[in-house]
Design a protein around this ligand. Structure first.
Ligand SMILES: C[S@@+](CC[C@H](N)C(=O)[O-])C[C@H]1O[C@@H](n2cnc3c(N)ncnc32)[C@H](O)[C@@H]1O
Length: 370
């Protein structure tokens, strides 16, 4: 569903939506919790790790994972029916995902992200209460080091495949310096560094997140070109000057006022002609109804943040213009290859004119938004 600059007509068809028009469709939409809960039960039993590379009958597997034969028989049949397990006679084996991303013994394991998904079940079960209160599950603990590190690993496991695909399609023409603002594990910064051998990148985040970023960068061929800045960019200015700032999956954490403050700070940290690239779950139509995924994600923000939400392209564009960005346009990726559908906006500052940098720097520094 591409966003067209200056044309904010709602899409006529959102292919991601299953419309609910009849009672049967309503029933099926509600009952859709069943398969997700089956998958979570398998993760909670650590079934894929336990199964490893060999075949299992239900009685031996039941002993191994300490479950009832009856329960495991029904669970495994369901997992086999969606292709996660292979069934031959009375023997079950892992499919490719069970041997890889879902298996703690595999280097491809995405455990930190799987844990986050698993925990969301209980969190989402409390939704009604949070719709009533408008408040998140518990007080945000963004600065708690253990929480921050686990979350940062989860973000790495979430985006390790997506980031190189996105970096391959987002042009950084002429950029020498790149800031991954709220970059967490630095997965995106590393993907852009790998794509651009002359680029120098910095990841800015909270200190515990940067510890994870360092650990990941040490194992990455481009990791030596990554630097680290510990900063709370909602409370303080962004240190340094950059040609490009990449702001991925942070916009939705904050309120409109906080986002505008960050945009002003980003403008002040960019060189003339610099670009702010924002990746987020943007709502594409003015009514904020599409894509569905962006609205579902707003619920996650209701549960986990004090003021977060998902935002329309149009309102984000207005905040960017207020912060001094002259040109705002969507970056279109091949369908299905990005983090979100229609999920990247590029905002550019005016290019340098003699004396203009000093003026911009002064006015940005004097801006009340800082
Ligand atoms: C949802 S994660 C996104 C990580 C990464 N950019 C990505 O797209 O995968 C949000 C990140 O922004 C960081 N963050 C949010 N608010 C921040 C703030 N005020 N100052 C510094 N870092 C912040 C968090 O610590 C976290 O690492």
């Amino acid at each position: 569903m591409p966003y067209v600059e200056g044309n904010h007509v709602p899409p006529t068809e959102d292919l991601s939506v299953q419309p609910i028009r009849s009672f049967e469709e309503f029933r099926d939409a509600v009952a859709a919790y069943r398969l997700p809960r089956i998958l979570i039960a398998a993760l909670e039993l650590d079934l894929f790790t336990a199964m490893g590379g060999r075949g299992w009958t239900i009685p031996t597997l039941a002993k191994r994972v300490r479950a009832s034969r009856r329960g495991l028989d029904i669970l495994c049949r369901n997992l086999a029916s969606v292709g996660l397990l292979r069934k031959q006679g009375v023997t079950y084996r892992n499919g490719p995902l069970g041997l890889g991303e879902l298996n703690a013994h595999s280097p491809a394991y995405r455990g930190a992200y799987l844990n986050l998904l698993k925990d969301h079940w209980a969190d989402w079960s409390q939704l009604t209460e949070h719709v009533r209160s408008g408040k998140p599950l518990e007080d945000d603990k963004p600065d708690d080091a253990a929480y921050r590190k686990a979350f940062t690993w989860a973000m790495h496991h979430r985006s390790m495949d997506i980031a190189p695909r996105v970096a391959a399609q987002v042009g950084l023409e002429g950029a020498k310096t790149f800031l991954d603002l709220g970059g967490g594990p630095g997965t995106y910064a590393l993907a852009f560094l790998a794509k651009h051998p002359r680029l120098q990148a910095t990841v800015a985040d909270r200190a515990p997140a940067l510890e994870v970023a360092r650990e990941i960068a040490e194992t990455h061929p481009a990791g030596k070109r990554l630097s680290y800045v510990a900063v709370d960019f909602v409370k303080r200015p962004i240190p340094g000057r950059y040609d490009v700032i990449w702001y991925s999956n942070v916009l939705h954490i904050y309120s409109p006022a906080e986002n505008q403050r960050v945009f002003h700070r980003a403008a002040a940290a960019l060189n003339p002609g610099g670009r702010l690239l924002i990746q987020d779950a943007f709502l594409q139509d003015v009514d904020g109804l599409h894509p569905q995924e962006a609205n579902l994600f707003a619920v996650t923000m209701l549960l986990f943040t004090r003021r977060g939400n998902t935002y329309t392209v149009r309102e984000t564009e207005a905040w960017l213009r207020r912060a001094g960005f002259g040109r705002v346009k969507p970056v279109t990726l091949r369908a299905g290859t990005g983090d979100w559908d229609g999920g990247i906006l590029e905002a550019s500052l005016p290019s340098a004119r003699p004396g203009s940098r000093a003026r911009r720097g002064r006015s940005a520094r004097n801006s009340p938004a800082r």
